[in-house]
Design a protein around this ligand. Sequence first.
Ligand code: PRP
Ligand code: URA
Length: 208
Amino acid sequence: MKVNFTNHPLIQHKISIMRDVNTGSKDFRELVSEVAMLMCYEVTRDLQLQSVEIETPITKTTVKMMPSCKMAVVPILRAGLGMVEGIVKLIPSIKIGHIGLYRDPQTLKPVEYYCKLPADIADREVLLVDPMLATGGSAAAAIKFLKDRGVKKIKSVHIIAAPEGVQVLNLQHPDVDVYCAALDEKLNEHGYIVPGLGDAGDRIFGTK
Ligand code: PRP
Ligand code: URA
């Protein structure tokens, strides 16, 4: 199984609070955003910088800076939306696309209902974000969407993953780097991650 862990102690602590059934929507939403921001730090570790001449108050010097941003963050609606703010805080010029998918509760297969991506998405590195990677069906479908539109570099970023979901992505999209902050035990008979944190979308938006 090929997966990158972002297991900083602060991330682990925040996920533990998210897992707690007594954590309400306001705190849950803030924690999703904070964890996404901390994960973004690790996920962008391979970012290529360019040398730029600047002048400090003391002297001229050459420094390293990000070239004009060629990245996009694409949340899988709804729950992925919760991860966008934290990433945009770190990379303010990143473009944002949206892919709307929901998982049919009977078949557990993803159903598409929306897609709006930056016009030049094919030229951008994409951070696909969704807090939960369960069967992997939603992320695999979203990745296919992006590839069909010419995207060549994709990182699939999830807060909690099930081994089943990681395996599906490794198998169907071996070229995509998968990131997660926690790799849980398994899926239950309803396709929920165990121990997991329940339905991330409902907990972010307070819909249950
Ligand atoms: C959840 C979650 C993922 C998907 C993961 O979305 O946010 O998108 O399920 O499951 P999978 O790996 O088995 O496809 P959900 O369908 O509950 O929609 P929501 O975000 O609108 O709540
Ligand atoms: N989607 C969620 O929000 N939680 C799970 O455990 C599985 C899919």
